[in-house]
Design a protein around this ligand. Structure first.
Ligand code: ATP
Ligand code: MG
Length: 417
């Protein structure tokens, strides 16, 4: 792409995270190109090109599963997130939007992210002292840190995330304002925070990211109820479980195994869920009802900061609600739970809980075995089902509903399962 643009008479550079990652020997996940060609001129060069963005037009050039973002040099300090639209209308702004490569460099966030790789002479162009910072493994904001955080509070999260990812230290003046300005993050667009939190925790550096969030005072803003619950959990068992879970996530990423946002959020919000559940039970709410209400409450409250889509929050809640079913041993219930689409995730979650508290050892052992047993073996372990023994007192339901449920499962069996 760089050569194609050059041959067409434009200057074009690889820029941002990719240059930074390559300099420290990491594999970039994505590539960004900066050029003096306008979006329309870029589009003329590439058939596989789409223009996106309303205010700032960007070109996406698609190669199979890879998208390369090509942006025209810009002069303002907006990050293009669409968060702040105060200057939305106005031809003037649009006319002034493009700039020189130097303008483009200083509107970026960290010096390490403002390096340009040039194909003319294979050099790295540095307008902000980023090369030295990368060599010193240091993250430093361009310009006045407080002003840059006020312009876009998400930069605080990016500081913590990139430091965790790269093993960089955050330069003193860049780190110092974060605990003070942390509350500003609550005003960032929830959809953007959702994207950031996935990057924080599903990129292989979840443990370091979590510790960075704790250390910088950002955790209580991002996950208010969980942070409060962790604080009041004096034994530290909840924090230990969380870190164990995040370490597991990192190990999965390192092994190229899939990681699920639903499981991640089940983990991150588990302290909040436990606290809400205990509160409701103390008020005398029936356990099953309390579990449902706690799950809903935690989800709804968290939506104030992070736009957690339902396709993740529903399975997250299921993982929580299934936890109470692992103590059951009635054969029908065991088979039903084993066949539940969320069984595996819920079981993995149970294993995590056990790592923080020995209470669940017997359940973990039973369900570990149950998964590998044949139906006959399972039946032998559990004994023959005695009629009327299928439901525990714990979740006794009115006899009418009970009959209906039984008939339904009978019908399912008859329909050739
Ligand atoms: P990674 O891709 O590893 O998460 P990155 O630095 O490449 O990190 P991107 O979100 O891909 O992050 O952004 C690409 C580049 O855009 C950054 O390197 C930086 O130069 C610029 N940039 C991104 N977000 C901001 C922001 N909030 N403020 C200023 N510049 C930004
Ligand atoms: Mg990037």
């Amino acid at each position: 792409m760089l050569y194609r643009l050059r041959d067409a008479g434009f200057s074009a550079y690889l820029v941002g995270g990719a240059v930074r990652d390559l300099l420290v020997g990491q594999h970039p996940k994505d590539f960004d190109v900066a050029t003096d060609a306008t979006p329309e001129q870029i589009k003329q060069q590439f058939r596989n090109c789409r223009l996106i963005g309303r205010r700032f037009r960007l070109a996406h050039v698609v190669f199979g599963r890879e998208i390369i973002e090509v942006a025209t040099f810009r002069a303002n300090s907006d990050d293009g997130s669409g968060d702040r639209e105060t200057h939305e209308d106005g031809r003037l702004l649009r006319d002034n939007v493009y700039g020189s490569i130097e303008d483009d460099a200083i509107r970026r966030d960290f010096t390490a992210n403002a390096l340009y790789y040039a194909i003319e002479d294979f050099s790295v162009r540095d307008y902000c002292g980023g090369f030295e910072d990368v060599m010193a493994r240091r993250l430093r904001l361009i310009g006045d840190p407080e002003q840059r955080y006020r312009e876009d509070p998400v930069r605080m999260l990016r500081a913590v995330r990139l430091a965790a990812k790269l093993g960089f230290t955050i330069d003193g003046p860049t780190a110092d304002p974060i605990p003070v300005l942390a509350p500003l993050l609550a005003e960032a667009a929830p959809a953007r925070l959702f994207e950031e939190i996935l990057k924080l925790f599903l990129s292989g550096n979840a443990v370091a990211s979590f510790q960075g969030l704790e250390h910088s005072g950002l955790l209580p803003v991002l996950l208010p109820e969980s942070a409060a619950a962790l604080q009041s959990n004096r034994s530290g068992a909840l924090r230990a479980m969380l870190l164990e879970g995040l370490a597991g996530t990192d190990a999965r990423v390192a092994n190229d195994e899939p990681v699920s946002p639903a499981f991640l959020f089940a983990l991150l919000l588990w302290p909040a869920y436990c606290k809400a559940l205990i509160g409701l039970q103390a008020q005398g709410v029936h356990p099953e009802e309390a579990a449902r209400r706690a799950a809903d409450r935690v989800t709804v409250h968290q939506l104030n900061t992070i736009a957690l889509p339902r396709r993740f929050s529903l399975p997250m809640q299921e993982i929580w609600l299934l936890q109470s079913r692992f103590s059951q041993r009635q054969r029908k219930r065991v088979t039903r739970l084993l066949a539940h689409p969320r069984f595996r995730a819920a079981f993995d979650f149970l294993v995590l809980r056990q790592s923080a508290s020995p209470d669940h050892a017997a359940d973990v052992e039973f369900w570990t075995q149950a998964q590998t047993q044949t139906n006959e073996e399972l039946a032998a372990t559990l004994g023959v089902e005695v009629p009327g023994d299928s439901y525990t007192d714990e979740d006794a339901v009115p006899s009418k509903r009970r009959r209906r449920r039984r008939r339904r499962s009978g019908a399912a069996g008859a329909s050739g399962e």
